[in-house]
Write a protein that binds this ligand. Sequence first.
Ligand SMILES: Nc1ncnc2c1ncn2[C@@H]1O[C@H](COP(=O)(O)OP(=O)(O)OP(=O)(O)O)[C@@H](O)[C@H]1O
Length: 255
Amino acid sequence: MEQERINYMIECKGLKKTFQSENGAFEVVKNIDLKVKENEFLVLFGPGQCGKTTILNMIAGLETPSEGIVTVNGKEVHEPGPERGVVYQTISLFPWLTVMGNVEYGPKVRGIPKEKRRATAQHYIDMVGLQGFEKSFPVQLSGGMKQRAGIARAYANNPIVMLMDEPFGALDAQTRYLMQKELERIWEQEKRTVVFVTNNIEEAVYLADRIVVLANRPTQVKAEYKINLPRPRNYVDPEFLRLRMEITDAVDKTL
Ligand SMILES: Nc1ncnc2c1ncn2[C@@H]1O[C@H](COP(=O)(O)OP(=O)(O)OP(=O)(O)O)[C@@H](O)[C@H]1O
């Protein structure tokens, strides 16, 4: 009974998504049920093109489910909202605004007074390690720094949920490792409910409280793994490597 009283921050019930194409309707997502607890770090893991982004976009309110519903904090999702921060692989920072201008943009649009929004933006710029780059323009930043700015910008709206779609997918291997560690540190510092999409198993085991493995199209939940390893994790810890292999095997069977 205790279990049933848990309130979930995100709930997807019977989610289906069918796209229309030249060859007729094709079903991408089929019967997805997901529950994410407050402050849980959930990773959606699955093969390329299996529909991970489509699920995330339905939670973000950027795609409408063909069937089923998404609720965030008990409210049904119909459109994007500031309580859901999004971070994508390609961070679309406004090129004509500085790092500060980009990070304070959301609070500015919401009418937060200048002094307060500056302080909020500075807090998150510091948190992601971009202090000293407040006046830099996106073109002057490396890929990793753009992702840092994107994360700061998402946090500055004070979202309750963070939706991340392969945010480190375009980075070189070294920067990707660094950003995984940074994100872990940031999330420990300011916990949020996170749904993180990746097709990189090492990244999934490093970051997740729970990994949901998706089967190929039409997407269904194939397996779930709770990752109870202490944080920060060690990529070469024997238990880390064992879990990594076990999940890789499970995914191979879904292809
Ligand atoms: N708006 C759309 N219209 C038609 N088809 C779409 C649309 N959005 C996605 N699809 C198709 O749905 C399928 C799943 O795409 P999606 O981007 O959700 O997968 P993914 O698992 O995130 O892929 P990847 O890991 O490669 O990014 C793909 O075949 C894609 O072409």
